[in-house]
Write a protein that binds this ligand. Structure first.
Ligand SMILES: NC(=O)C1=CN([C@@H]2O[C@H](COP(=O)(O)OP(=O)(O)OC[C@H]3O[C@@H](n4cnc5c(N)ncnc54)[C@H](O)[C@@H]3O)[C@@H](O)[C@H]2O)C=CC1
Ligand SMILES: O=C(O)C(=O)Cc1ccc(O)cc1
Length: 366
């Protein structure tokens, strides 16, 4: 018999998980949401087998429950679950971007039927809602698992067996290290991106032509400021202590940068920029630590019909599999770049020569 998975919160993340699990045809998926239109959309688009707005009813038949609501709502749902008369054992997971407050709640649950294992798929979008859900959203992404005091190896393996349909790469962390790292590489950059946009907006009052000048660099660094404000407020709130510490350190660093500028300290400024470049360039270098790696190539392309297709076709003709493709920046008539990620260094090198021999400008990361 198929196992039943209840997904509570059928928005961008819940919907994307539903799509990737649904296509495996191995599980029965029940969608739960407070928004009826969301459930209608999910059912109409074959993302779930059943839908309900009754949480108590939904969870009675569940083998797995994936809580994919906003963080504060996820905590309420965990409390609700604890007091429900569950009839069988259930593995409960979540997708929240901050883990400490979730794990603190999960570790206080007393309902013996519940085993909680925290989860965080590290991929997303600036969009929200079920309409933005994508089957392949988590492919090749890191999927962090944060076990609770009740988690066992066996239960973690069962959960991975459900989540394997996302084709993501699992990494296990404790909630504190998760929140510290995501604070640095996801949450805090978001705050800074929004502040840069505010700065530009203020200067835009003086120079009305300023938005037209906003070039690739500004667009790259502020892209994430276009994301869902309610979600990011919730993330900042739940990770506020780590965010506040990062902001304190940042202010100190900005003061020393101001000093470098004001004193015309050329050598120190070059060293500062160089050190940042070396670390940033090395971020593509993988096979270090727990995070699985890919091997990247950058290919210059013109913004013309077929440029992307010709690169992909060339690689496909040699049966070279690409793990990921990202279009970095294209403006009309100007060269843009494709980032191609390969699963092995051999394929990366083979592709490098193939593309170069066919006249493409190719660059290897670092
Ligand atoms: N958006 C992103 O890029 C990522 C988000 N996350 C996490 O995923 C979670 C969901 O985010 P999104 O899917 O982006 O948001 P979303 O706004 O697209 O979807 C949230 C869904 O939850 C529903 N909902 C709200 N309260 C509910 C409740 N009490 N019970 C049931 N459903 C409820 C909403 O109606 C909506 O359909 C958040 O906890 C977020 O931290 C994790 C990784 C990436
Ligand atoms: O900030 C980012 O890196 C994103 O672009 C998408 C994202 C948003 C929230 C998450 O919890 C994980 C990934």
């Amino acid at each position: 018999m198929k196992q039943t998975i209840v997904i509570a919160g059928m928005g961008l993340i819940g919907g994307s998980l539903a799509k990737s699990i649904f296509q495996s045809n191995q599980h029965h998926i029940v969608g739960y949401d407070v928004d009826l239109k969301t459930l209608e959309y999910a059912q109409l688009n074959e993302m779930i087998h059943e839908s309900t707005t009754d949480f108590t009813l939904a969870v009675q038949q569940a083998d797995f429950i994936i809580l994919a609501a906003p963080i504060s709502e996820t905590i309420s749902l965990l409390h609700d679950l604890d007091s429900l008369p569950l009839k069988k054992d259930v593995i409960v997971t979540d997708v929240a971007s901050v883990k400490t407050s979730i794990l603190e709640t999960a570790n206080t649950l007393t309902n013996e039927h519940i085993t909680f294992i925290g989860g965080h798929p590290m991929a997303g979008s600036h969009k929200k809602g079920v309409e933005a859900a994508k089957e392949h959203l988590f492919e090749n992404a890191i999927y962090v698992l944060t076990p609770s005091i009740r988690s066992t190896e066996g239960k973690i393996a069962s959960l991975k067996n459900i989540l394997k349909h996302t084709n993501s790469n699992f990494v296990t962390l404790n909630s504190n290290e998760h929140d510290e790292m995501t604070g640095v590489i996801s949450h805090f950059p978001h705050l800074i991106a929004s502040s840069l946009v505010h700065q530009a907006k203020q200067w835009g009052d003086k120079h009305t032509y300023l938005p037209t000048l906003a070039a690739g660099g500004f667009r790259d660094i502020t892209r994430i400021a276009s994301s869902n404000p309610e979600m990011w407020q919730d993330i900042f709130y739940h990770n506020k202590f780590k965010m506040s510490k990062l902001l304190k350190d940042w202010i100190i660093e900005m003061s020393s940068l101001k000093e470098l500028l004001d004193t015309n300290d050329k050598e120190s400024m070059i060293t500062y920029l160089k050190n940042a470049k070396v670390y940033r360039d090395g971020l593509g270098e993988k096979d270090k630590g727990a995070i699985p790696s890919f091997h990247d190539l950058y290919v210059d392309i013109q913004d013309q019909t077929g440029a992307l297709a010709s690169v992909v076709q060339l690689l496909a003709s040699k049966e070279i599999s690409i793990k990921n493709i990202q279009i970095l920046e294209i403006r009309e008539g100007i060269t843009g770049a494709l980032r191609l990620s390969f699963p092995t260094q051999d394929l990366q090198i083979q592709s490098y020569h193939l593309l170069q021999n066919h006249g493409h400008e190719v660059m290897v990361q670092n």
